[in-house]
Design a protein around this ligand. Structure first.
Ligand code: F6R
Length: 248
């Protein structure tokens, strides 16, 4: 695992955007795996800026997103499709038909998940998968204890994730209890992985993920088994790993 320590979240975002931009420049027809959440927002802002400056084009890029809440329409302001439109897709030249987000209103969620894995395979797989990490070490909606062998599947959100996501909804009761999510197997199938982590609140989980045993108790620890992972994190997120001597 390659680890880049950045002074703060702003520097982390710029570094992560640079890695995504390099992928797009080197292979303009690439498949990008994308994430939602607060951590990648700054990276998306940089990409939009570089597109507007004429330094980057997404005209040939295809995107696949990690996850979506079950039961939310694409137009719901907390759906991940809506998030992607607002934070990236509406501001760059990616073709709408080349952006893929799981359908939260699918009548048959299991069939939607199976079709999503087939769609990713038909695109030739993911060149670069961007990930955030939850406070409990989750990646996408793969929660502690989940099976590493799963492809895209329906998940039940943990109480901790519901708590963490509550801030985006009017009340805790409004947070969906289920989601559709790429599984660890789908994520590990990407050629390259870029994970962005910021803030001291995630430092303990990040240390476990990078230097602890590979265990489904810390889903991000599975990334130790992937041959091409880049971690871009701010110093606060790396504080525990550094204290324990895990950052060379
Ligand atoms: C988002 C996703 C989640 C987030 C994670 C961190 O598509 O799959 O796993 O990456 O919950 O979220 P933030 O960045 O908001 O702390």
């Amino acid at each position: 695992m390659r680890i880049y320590e950045c002074a703060d979240e702003r520097a982390m975002s710029r570094r992560a955007a640079g890695i995504i931009a390099s992928q797009v420049i080197l292979k303009p027809e690439c498949v990008l795996g994308l994430a939602t959440g607060s951590t990648p927002v700054g990276a998306y802002q940089n990409l939009v800026e570089w597109y507007k400056n004429g330094d980057l084009s997404f005209a040939g890029v295809k995107t696949v997103n990690l996850d979506e809440y079950l039961g939310l329409a694409p137009t719901h302001d907390q759906s991940y499709r809506y998030f992607m439109q607002q934070n990236l897709f509406d501001h760059i030249d990616v073709k709408p038909e080349n952006t893929h987000v799981l359908n939260g209103l699918a009548e048959d969620p299991a069939a939607e998940c199976a079709a999503y894995d087939e769609m990713i395979a038909s695109l030739g797989g993911i060149d670069l998968q961007l990930l955030g990490m939850g406070h409990n070490g989750h990646i996408a909606f793969n929660e502690p204890g989940d099976d590493f062998g799963l492809g895209t599947h329906v998940v039940t959100l943990s109480e901790r994730t519901i708590d963490a996501n509550q801030r985006f909804f009017a009340s805790r009761d409004d947070v969906p209890r289920h989601a559709l999510s790429m599984g660890i197997r789908s994520i590990m199938g990407a050629s390259k992985i870029l994970i962005v982590v910021s803030g001291e609140a995630k430092a303990e989980s990040l240390a476990r993920a990078v230097a602890g045993p590979v265990t489904n108790a810390v889903p991000a620890s599975v990334l130790q088994l992937h041959p091409d992972v880049t971690l871009v994190a701010d110093s606060a997120a790396l504080s525990v790993l550094k204290r324990e001597g895990g950052l060379k």
